[in-house]
Design a protein around this ligand. Structure first.
Ligand code: GCW
Length: 725
């Protein structure tokens, strides 16, 4: 018995404590496959630096860790090139060897890098250089990525610098560690233990962010009292401890700030931005913050939006409010990121409201204010046109806000790769200054010559072992970060890189999996909101469908408001005959969007209310096309499942299983989306279903009675017809 027990213990200790659970993200550094390894022979034998900063130290550690893992050999470290096959990294200030190479460092800017194959004193080496230590760190991660993705390491000659200055991740994390719209556990910021103890996970977090070139994070939710409490001294000390961990990785911290802080924290009777005492309070607060965190980035502000306090409470404008905070931060070099996500009850089409509020203020904002705009004018839908504030604001820099956490795309459960959605937005032409004025070129400052350029992604990161709630949601974090660095990158290339780094480079795996990822967004659009429909999610938690929900009596927004379906047809008329939202776009686009025959079909019902028998490009009726889209969405999830089943031999058991399980849930959810939507619209259209579209499993009344009383991220919000009752 004793021996059996001992043998069992030995077996347990020999087996890795956890197999692949996703914790390593895309930084697994597993040995390269044999053939690729052969090609790298003689490379990366030694890591050399002359730099001694904290950033140089983490760069060295990462290079050693990466090269030892990938190349499966021991790596020496040194402060001078000792033999062939070295990787030398640093700035020209620290390294005379680098200075002597005359590298094109002016093109690398402050955050970018040069990677070059070189020869010094007859020895071949690879040089990773930058103008700053952080630029070099970005170069080191890019170099490791080249190896991880099987690129050849001969004759390297790469110069990169990011197109956007501030590449941010915004956490919607509360101080009690719940996360608004978070589906990956709890906040990774353990405020209770900070500043006394820093969880080592925070270092891995910083590594992952730096590997993408992320250089700023907002630690806190822009809604609720978190935005006041986090600005008190004890919390600022906790924030300082986080900032200390992130600093060597080139990442600055920002906080969300509540507009009414002078009242809640300062005991003032008002937060009126033109009141001198209020202005003094903010200045003193900014001084205090910078005493505790000298390189603090600034504030993210959600004001007069969804019940948050703001300048309009005092009859003042967004510009009055933003400028007052900007004035307090300005002496310290801080900025204000003011969100344009505003809408209020009333007769005006919700998607027009942000433009209506902000366009007249263009030109009134201080130089250190950026207006942060969600990609679409509504709210992170599976598909929307881009917000007309991009290109609409000409004198104020606009930041693009994207959402990684899939609030409206099936949470962590549904496999939806968002690269194609973001690429669609970034490459959309605003025509603001003629053709080619893409959203990407507006936000990187090129179109209007803005000094500040910002992109922000709402985080999907949490305490889940796999960080993002599912393995494939890591791809959304990854793709966002890479696009933030270069918004012109291609979503498919990013998917390929991610798959190779996260799983394997075996083409039998990468080919089908990348195809699955690339189609997954359109699949979700098909079973949730095809042909330009939007916000058909049940009010509150946003997971399941509720296309019949009208919430009569609420001056609010609900699925029926958006689908506008009736006996006569379906869709929201935003042409001149309706809300005329089309007029917020530049004339060439307004002309396209005004005409149903010219409007791209994926946006048709966003801009037009059309009869059920309207003829589509295919020659089929709108009704037939709509139902066929729902059916196709479900079919495609089945295709994804079947493909993933075949991938089992290439993936470790744990990561394969969670993905297979989630795909099975997604299939069931997609069926409900299809059937509940078809049952709703068929009750209005009275049309028969075309061949190939199955009849809903239940009648509409059944779907209406299904409830899910609790949805993660929004405890207490009710009414979904999903996954039991
Ligand atoms: O998408 C909506 C979410 C809210 C969120 C809001 C916003 C932070 O449902 O949970 O609040 O947007 O962006 O401010």
């Amino acid at each position: 018995m004793k021996w059996v027990l001992l043998a069992l213990c030995a077996a347990v200790t020999l087996a890795p404590a956890r197999a692949e659970d996703g914790y390593q993200l895309w930084l697994r550094y597993r040995p390269l496959e044999k053939q690729t390894l052969e090609r790298t022979r003689g490379t990366g034998l030694e890591v050399v630096t002359a730099g001694h900063s904290a950033t140089a130290e983490v760069t060295r550690a990462e290079l050693v860790r990466g090269l030892e893992g990938l190349l499966a050999h021991k790596v020496k470290t040194s402060d001078h090139v000792g033999g062939p096959g070295a990787v030398l990294f640093g700035t020209p200030q620290d390294s005379p060897t680098i200075a002597a190479l005359n590298l094109p460092l002016t093109r690398a800017g402050s955050d970018g890098f040069v990677i070059k194959s070189a020869v010094t004193k007859g020895r071949k080496l690879i040089v990773i250089a930058g103008n700053t230590d952080v630029g070099v760190l970005h170069g080191a991660f890019a170099f490791l990525r080249l190896i991880q993705t099987g690129r050849t390491l001969d004759k390297l000659d790469i110069v990169e610098s990011p197109k956007i200055a501030l590449r941010m991740i915004d956490h919607w994390d509360n101080l009690d560690r719940t996360m608004e719209r978070g589906f990956s556990g709890f906040s990774i910021f353990n405020w209770w233990e900070l500043p006394g103890h820093v969880d080592p996970q925070l270092i891995d977090y910083a590594r992952a962010q730096a590997s993408l070139g992320i250089n700023a994070v907002v630690l806190t939710n822009p809604s609720g009292l978190t935005t006041a409490i986090s600005l008190t001294e004890p919390w600022l000390k906790k924030v300082a401890a986080v900032a200390d961990v992130l600093r060597p990785y080139g990442i600055k911290v920002f906080l969300s700030a509540r507009f009414s802080c002078p009242m809640e924290l300062g005991g003032l009777k008002t937060a009126d931005p033109l009141d001198p005492n209020v202005r003094v309070w903010w200045k003193a607060k900014a001084d205090e913050i910078y005493r505790i965190i000298p390189d603090f980035g600034g504030f993210l502000v959600k004001a007069n939006s969804e019940g948050q306090p703001g300048p309009q409470d005092y009859g003042r404008s967004h510009a009055d409010g933003a400028n007052m905070m900007a004035e307090a931060l300005q002496p310290h070099g801080g900025i204000v990121i003011w969100r344009a996500f505003v809408y209020s009850p009333g007769p005006e089409d919700r998607v027009k409201q942000a433009y209506n509020e902000f366009k007249p203020l263009d030109g009134q904002f201080a130089g250190n204010v950026v207006i942060q705009v969600k990609n679409g004018p509504l709210d992170f839908q599976p598909r929307e046109p881009f917000s007309p504030l991009f290109g609409g604001l000409e004198k104020t820099p606009t930041a693009l806000e994207l959402q990684q956490t899939k609030e409206y795309l099936g949470f962590e459960i549904h496999l939806v790769y968002l690269g194609p959605l973001w690429q669609e937005v970034l490459s959309a032409d605003t025509f603001a200054k003629g053709p080619g004025s893409t959203v990407a070129r507006v936000i990187d400052g090129e179109v209007f010559g803005n000094k500040l350029s910002v992109i922000a992604g709402v985080s999907n990161i949490g305490t889940a072992r796999n960080w993002s709630g599912s393995i494939f949601d890591q791809a959304n974090w990854y793709a966002y970060g890479r696009l933030a660095w270069n918004p012109e990158l291609d979503a498919k290339t990013l998917a390929e890189d991610w798959v190779r780094m996260t799983f394997t480079g075996n083409p039998a795996f990468t080919g089908p999996v990348v195809d699955m990822m690339m189609g997954s967004r359109e699949t979700a659009v098909d079973y949730m909101t095809p042909l330009g429909l939007a916000h058909q999610m049940a009010t509150g938690h946003h997971y399941g469908p509720g296309p019949w929900v009208n919430d009569a009596g609420r001056p609010d927004w609900n699925p029926v408001y958006y689908n506008n379906a009736g006996k006569d047809g379906i869709g929201f008329d935003r042409a001149a005959t309706g809300s005329n939202a089309v007029a917020q776009y530049a004339p060439p686009l307004a002309a396209i969007f005004s005409d149903p025959a010219k409007t791209p079909e994926p946006l048709l019902l966003w801009f037009h209310h059309l009869p059920w028998d309207y003829r589509m490009a295919s020659g089929k009726t709108l009704w037939d096309e709509l139902t066929l889209h729902y059916a196709r969405g479900v079919e495609q999830v089945a295709v994804m499942q079947a493909m993933w089943a075949k991938m089992k031999p290439y993936v470790d058991a744990e990561r394969w299983q969670i993905t297979a399980d989630f795909l099975a849930i997604q299939y069931g959810d997609a069926v409900i989306w299809r059937d509940a939507s078809i049952a709703t619209f068929q009750s209005l259209s009275g049309r028969a279903l075309p061949a190939g579209v199955p009849a809903p499993a239940h009648d509409l009344e059944w779907y209406k009675t299904q409830k899910l009383p609790f949805a993660p991220g929004n405890p207490g919000k009710t009414a979904s017809p999903f996954r039991g009752d």
